[in-house]
Design a protein around this ligand. Structure first.
Ligand code: PEP
Length: 232
């Protein structure tokens, strides 16, 4: 079971350091834990979590090794920092920064080639679900990805991210089962995962962990979710 905390654009280096110092003193056994700070806080997180089992991943990664791509960061740069992986294709990247299935796949491919682990996010919008298009959308998004030992997919329905609306365990199980029939990789659920709903979601057989946004920002709620995962 893998629990990844996506801090989004929260926690600069000082706050990240405070969180990591407390996280590293927390007993966490039987679960793989990843934190995903903003770029500027990666170095301090890597440094403070060195020697623990907790990994640090970026929230995005560019497909080129270097070049004229203002504002972007490459996989070898992240590797040099000691970063373990990266999220690609987050719905907020798709919504606000023009990320597409193609750019998501290109980022994933380059990151994997550079030796990073990748969490590739997929998921339908509310309108797509209402129109009965969920499976078509997931099929299209996953078609751009290739199975890899270092690839994990995160199923995050857009309507559940940061909205407080969570997929029912049945919806999550159905979507994960469908995704697994297309691509044989671990699938995380994401979308308003909290300590109160973690057990029912994580106990679904096709749910291999969670990508947690808001509830990963507070140590207590993040640790509670990690411990729930460890207990299952
Ligand atoms: C996310 O950022 O990937 C996410 C799922 O956010 P939240 O848990 O806040 O819905």
């Amino acid at each position: 079971m893998l629990i990844a905390g996506n801090w989004k654009m929260y926690k600069g280096p000082a706050e990240a350091a405070d969180f990591c110092l407390r996280l590293r003193d927390t007993e966490l056994e039987g679960v793989d834990v990843v934190v995903c700070p903003p770029f500027v806080s990666l170095a301090v997180a890597v440094q403070l979590l060195a020697g623990t089992e907790i990994a640090v991943a970026a929230q995005n990664v560019h497909w080129e090794v270097e070049g004229a791509y203002t504002g972007e960061v490459s996989a070898p740069m992240l590797r040099e920092l000691g970063v373990y992986g990266a999220i690609v294709g987050h719905s907020e990247r798709r919504q606000y920064f023009g990320e597409s299935d193609e750019t998501t796949a290109t980022r994933a491919r380059s990151a994997l080639a550079a030796g990073l682990c990748v969490i590739a996010r997929v998921g339908e919008t509310e309108e797509e679900r209402e129109r009965g298009e969920t499976e078509n959308v997931l099929r299209r998004q996953v078609a751009f990805l290739e199975a890899d030992d270092n690839l994990v997919v995160a199923y995050e329905p857009v309507w559940a991210i940061g909205t407080g609306k969570t997929a029912t365990p049945e919806i999550a199980q159905e979507a994960h089962g469908f995704l697994k029939s297309l691509l044989d990789v671990p699938i995380l659920y994401g979308g308003s995962v909290k300590p109160e709903n973690a057990a029912e979601l994580l106990s679904q057989p096709a749910v291999d962990g969670a990508l947690v946004g808001g509830a990963s920002l507070e140590l207590d709620s993040f640790v509670a979710i990690c411990r729930t995962a460890a207990s299952l």
